[in-house]
Design a protein around this ligand. Structure first.
Ligand code: 9WN
Length: 451
């Protein structure tokens, strides 16, 4: 399907309207009803979207998020904002971060876990989009935020990687891709999984609850939060006692790209030699960590369940961690590109277009409508598009951009995710991060109008 300049202009207007409607002044709701607070990696994507409308507003989004940074350096996965207009569950009572001395002081309320560190990519993109006249202001703001970004990365490189393996350990499915089949075995191993009584709100807020995680998932998600709270969100204690620890190759890949991005803006930020040296160390270590999880035969990069001591072999978008990390290894790149367009992924004959589905249609756990178990997520395809562009696969990258824009244009409502065979829009409409990547794609025309 072609994406004419007219369609692009309409999409730009619609996407800008979504960000403006979800704007709360200095932070942006992830979506108007289902997610009425400030989410961490959503905010980073959202900042990229804002950068196309107002680079100052883009910086404000990140600055606000970082006011909720924990003393450990962790940037929490969700900042509860006052009076969001809609209830959200689980709210601050369930998390009760007051048990941790590292949590921010009230009235700030957050969760006690984190999400992939897309923030540095946002800063890099904001700077690229900053017009000459605003450079002094934005430079000063990047300069002020930079030490917080380095502390956030320091947290991931230490508390979340005590083995110094170059791989980040995630503590909860909500640290990115909630009901991905990547977590199924680890969740199945959890025997005592009845949390305290609760009422879900999310399943009544999407038109079809089968697009959301099941109650079985929610029991385990909530029970795990109870355990984290019991350990007072103390990372060392969690590492010793807690049942869900995963070396997550996708999260780790974003961390690699984010370290490279911080180095890229180091001069703008006036980074110290120490910071540059640390960032380079984390970057190299992350690349080596991912290489150690790469299976040359299948072309996949493989998560590792620390508690069970086993590989997680499920075909999902996370297999492409080396691409997301923009690997410099030509052999890995070639194997990944073959896998990407094989029948297991984008070459599957039933797919509507060659966009990356969250789970391979050839995987037994695949469900085309269910959240991270099959649907196409625009933000994941944006990350892939960026990587492929930077790695020089510009024709393939451009195809992802065009197909994503036409899918979003056909559906009309800037949805959270899409059915991979039909392109049917799913999940929450007016999703801010979908609007944000739409703005970025619509502005990134490499001269190819259509095809
Ligand atoms: C729980 C906000 C968030 C995204 C996550 C996505 C989803 C929340 C939920 O929505 O998770 O954090 O309630 O399902 O999985 O990646 O940040 O858009």
């Amino acid at each position: 399907m072609s994406v004419t300049s007219e369609i692009r202009a309409t999409l730009r207007d619609r996407a800008a309207a979504v960000l403006r409607d979800n704007d709360e002044g200095n932070w942006t709701k992830a979506s108007p009803i289902l997610y009425p607070h400030q989410w961490s990696w959503d905010s980073a994507f959202i900042a990229i979207g804002w950068a196309h409308l107002d680079v100052g507003r883009a910086m404000t989004e990140l600055e606000q998020l970082f006011t909720a940074q924990w003393a450990t350096g962790m940037v929490p996965h969700l900042v509860f904002r006052a009076d969001p207009g809609h209830p959200y569950f689980p709210g601050p009572e369930w998390w009760d971060i007051s048990v941790s001395p590292a949590a921010p002081a009230p009235p700030l309320q957050t969760t006690g876990i984190c999400q992939p560190p897309v923030h540095a990519l946002a800063v890099q993109r904001i700077w690229q989009l900053t017009p000459q006249a605003r450079r002094p202001e934005i430079r000063a703001r990047i300069h002020a935020l930079y030490p917080r970004l380095v502390r956030w990365h320091h947290y991931l490189a230490t508390n979340r990687d005590p083995e110094a393996s170059g791989l980040v350990t995630t503590f909860h499915p909500w640290e990115g891709t909630d009901n991905s089949p990547r977590w199924d075995r680890a969740l199945e191993r959890i025997k005592v999984a009845k949390p305290g009584p609760y009422t879900r709100l999310d399943s009544s807020e999407v038109p079809d609850p089968s697009q959301r995680p099941t109650n079985w998932d929610y029991d385990r998600f909530l029970w795990l939060v109870e355990q984290l709270r019991k350990y007072r969100y103390d990372d060392a204690l969690i590492y010793r006692e807690y049942p869900f620890l995963i070396k997550d190759v996708f999260f780790s890949a974003i961390f690699v790209a984010a370290n490279a991005a911080l180095l890229d803006v180091a001069d703008v930020a006036g980074a110290s030699a120490d910071d540059r040296e640390q960032l380079t160390r984390w970057l190299d270590r992350g690349r080596a960590g991912l290489a150690s999880r790469f299976d040359a035969q299948s072309g996949q990069c493989i998560d590792y369940d620390v508690r069970a001591g086993e590989d997680i072999r499920v075909r999902t978008f996370a297999d492409f961690a080396p691409l997301f990390a923009r690997t410099a290894d030509a052999g890995q790149r070639a194997a990944q590109m073959r896998l990407l367009d094989s029948e297991d992924f984008c070459g599957h004959p039933r797919l509507r277009s060659r966009l990356l589905p969250s789970t391979s249609p050839a995987e037994p756990a695949f469900e085309p409508q269910n959240y991270w178990r099959g649907p196409v997520w625009p933000v994941i395809n944006w990350l892939l598009w960026q990587s492929l562009s930077l790695l020089g696969y510009s024709a393939r990258a451009d195809e992802i951009r065009r197909d994503s824009l036409s899918q979003i244009a056909a559906a009309g409502d800037l949805n959270e995710y899409f059915e991979p065979f039909t392109g049917k829009p799913l999940g929450s409409p007016q999703q801010s991060w979908t609007a944000a990547v739409t703005l970025d794609w619509a502005a990134s025309d490499h001269g190819s109008e259509a095809s």
